[in-house]
Write a protein that binds this ligand. Structure first.
Ligand SMILES: [Zn+2]
Length: 322
């Protein structure tokens, strides 16, 4: 996976700063999960740091405390595994600290030799290995760790959140929503509006004559004034707001309702543009398509009036670019 770059925490080379910060991160990691540090960080063998964590366990017959000895090792910069020789006398250390279990908290992985040693320790003590993948998974999946992720790995966090909300293709090709005036990518800029130009027909009904999307500000004002000159009434929605799943669904259903009631009409062109925009917008809202679902899509394409009719998307779009 490697979404998180553990090297954002400095290496211990040329001083103990990195090792200290990795130990600090370890402490905050478990603290956020409700396990408090009792002692440490203390210097461990070979410039690693040890922590003692106390986990309160509530049992049927009574409540007890479980003491964990945590060994923090930060080798992400050298990408080296943690060798057996770097964990001196684990059982002796567990006894010394009167601990019930051992946690290996490594920014890389334990070597196979060390893994063997840990298996033997497991016969008498609890052992948990937090290697780079397990730590990453916890930081990404456990919401209690969000602040710790952000604090210790600010760059990875920014990259992850950016990519997380990046558009994902719904159809065959990713579609871009570009400003109708200057061509700027509104999905990247996140500062655009979706506008519609209406007129009143038959006394009370509203007809959307045209729709548009543009940067907020100059581009948007230019289009607005053009429609204004044609005597049309403009309105708009924030594209950023429309990328919120609930707002997006609300927007679609509101349009469906008003079309059903016959309160609203679209010109052919406006409806086409509206549909294409909505389809492209969905890329910011829906989740990724799985491999299995892709195969299902292929078989659904063979059914006329179902996805067969959707084939135009991505191949015959007139108002949206790929
Ligand atoms: Zn623009």
């Amino acid at each position: 996976m490697a979404i998180i770059d553990f090297r954002e925490i400095p290496s211990s080379k040329g001083g103990q700063a990195g090792q200290d910060e990795w130990a600090l991160f370890t402490r905050e990691f478990f603290d956020a999960m409700g396990v408090k540090a009792e002692e440490g960080p203390d210097r461990g063998p070979d410039s690693g740091r040890d922590l003692i964590l106390t986990e309160r366990r509530i049992g049927t017959l009574g409540t007890g405390e479980h003491r964990w000895l945590v060994s923090c090792k930060h080798y992400a910069h050298s990408k080296k595994a943690v060798y057996d020789s770097k964990e001196v006398d684990i059982i002796g250390r567990l006894r010394k600290f009167r601990a019930n279990g051992f946690i290996a908290f490594y920014s890389t992985v334990p070597s196979s030799g060390l893994s063997g040693t840990l298996e033997r320790v497991k016969e008498d003590f609890g052992v948990e290995v937090y290697d780079c993948e397990r730590i990453e998974r916890a930081l990404l999946e456990n919401t209690a760790l969000k602040r710790v992720f952000e604090r210790f790995f600010p760059e990875s966090y920014a990259r992850y959140t950016r990519e997380h909300i990046a558009p994902r293709a719904v159809g065959d090709l990713p579609l871009r929503i570009r400003c109708n005036v200057c061509g700027k990518d509104l999905m990247d800029e996140r500062n655009g509006i979706f506008g519609f130009a209406n007129r009143v027909v038959e006394g009370h009904k509203v007809e959307t004559v045209d729709v548009y999307w543009a940067c907020r500000g100059e581009c948007d004002r230019l289009l607005e004034s053009r429609f204004d000159k044609r005597g049309l009434i403009t309105g708009w929605e924030d594209i950023d707001d429309l990328s919120i799943p609930l707002v997006f669904m609300h927007w679609i259903i509101t349009w469906m309702n008003s079309l059903r009631k016959g309160e609203h009409k679209f010109t052919e062109k406006a409806y086409e543009k509206f549909s294409e925009f909505t389809f492209a917008m969905a890329q910011l809202v829906v989740r990724e398509t799985t491999e299995e679902e892709r195969e299902r899509i292929e078989s659904l394409r063979d059914i006329p009036f179902y996805l067969g009719g959707l084939d135009q998307w991505g191949t015959e779009l007139k108002h949206i670019q790929t």
